[in-house]
Design a protein around this ligand. Sequence first.
Ligand SMILES: [Fe+2]
Length: 189
Amino acid sequence: MTLPELLELLASMGSDPSEETVGLSELDHGLQCAFELARAHPDDQELQVAGLVHDIGHRFGPDDRHGALGAEKVRGLLGDRVAGLVEAHVPAKRYLVTADASYAARLSAQSTRTLGVQGGTLTPDELASFESSPFAVDAVELRRADDAAKVPGRVVPSLRHWVPMLEDVARSRPGAEFPGAVGAPDAST
Ligand SMILES: [Fe+2]
């Protein structure tokens, strides 16, 4: 996926109603999530960008696969860490439900419904595997921002605000062959 294609997809999500919050689009949700991460982690552009794109996988398949599908879509453009964070935000929810007794009680109604489809609490093996992931700590941060990013009518920076950061992340990802050509066709898509 090229940067123009990603921007077009994100913009189109402005007309996708959020599955769970009236008056909130899927784009609003991503923008709020990125904004939350920018406040908490102002120096981590990849984490902020991961927050912006974390739910694009909903456009490409069922809920239980949306993390992996979203990761697949952005890996070529935004690199392995952003992709890893996008993929890990789903097990991060399962991790929090498993590790933090009060977390499950605070989940939104829709998040509680999808938890079952996503696998519920982690088994001991899954827990160990998640905790050993290089993305675990930051994926939990993403997940907490995800939970906070469901406020109808909240004013946050628009998609245009994030374009320079998306360009920076795309140019600086390991393996970027043509640092200036972030919009060029990507062989991985
Ligand atoms: Fe989300």
